[in-house]
Design a protein around this ligand. Sequence first.
Ligand code: TYM
Length: 326
Amino acid sequence: MKRVFSGVQPTGNIHLGNYLGALKQFVELQEDHECIYCIVDEHAITVPQNPKELKEHILDVAALYLAIGVDPKKAIVFVQSQVAGHAELGWILNCCANTGELFRMTQFKAKSNGKESVGAGLLTYPVLMAADILLYDTDIVPVGNDQKQHIELTRDLAIRVNNRYKDTFVVPDGRFMKAGARIMALDDPTSKMSKSAENIHSRISLLDEPSKIKKSIMKATTDSDGIIKYDLENKPGVSNLLSIYSVLSGKTIEDLEKEYEGKGYGDFKKDLVVVVTEALAPIKERFEEIRHSKELIEILEDGARRADEIAKKTMKRVRDNFGLGI
Ligand code: TYM
């Protein structure tokens, strides 16, 4: 069975982009893969966090994994900082990475843009992500498009180590959704939907109230030609809404274009509000049930134990191959 690994940062409310780009894949893959899903709290501290809020967000993401349908009987669910191998392998891989390739990462450039000085962790962030993946001999990494460059770096590091030392790592592949791999901000369809954007109507969080969902969708930026058609270049707003509609309803984009021929954006948006609200309602309900349960903590503790068993074996091989220790 092929092994799958992925992670989400506990840095705020998980939104439709996270769900449609990555989390939906988590559920699909658990049926016939050995899946490991992590809450990457060590990545979150690359920028300063409020410790109390971070702890809450860790449990929020864990509960959301379960609420969207990740099944702890089929998949390992755990928190990154509970398995020491991540930080250890992160350091070792830092010694194999070149600063040049890290400075070239587009996410680093975006996050450091215009700042005189940023934390070193922001630069080496993708190396820790590579460590997450390589620690579990991962074959497949389900993520959104924005992580493509990080997956490439992970592959480069794995190949570099395998060539320099003995064969040490499995070289993983990214897995991206056809539709949903890059959900754009509702208020500005030229930038991706993100947890940190200031305007809350730029995103729909999985736990948003129906009234907030309605407001965000009805306010979403479209264009002035009034035609419901998928055209990324000329109609990025409408195309983004069509992608969301299509993935959540299971209807193809072509079918939706036919269904809304001759209709206006108002009708289309009203129907999308219903589709999104109905898709998110059961997630919210399940989240409320599990978020403060004892079961959630037990699942995470059990997950960390199981993840650590795999990680320890990899770390022994890594130390041996690198000549570390006695
Ligand atoms: P994070 O926490 O920013 O996002 C979690 C997942 O959601 C995807 N995503 C999107 N997909 C489509 N449209 C969007 N607008 C959108 N925004 C986010 C991301 O691609 C991601 O799959 N570096 C990672 C976390 C990470 C990780 C890992 C992932 C750390 N270690 C190992 C996989 C394997 C990140 O910041 O994701």
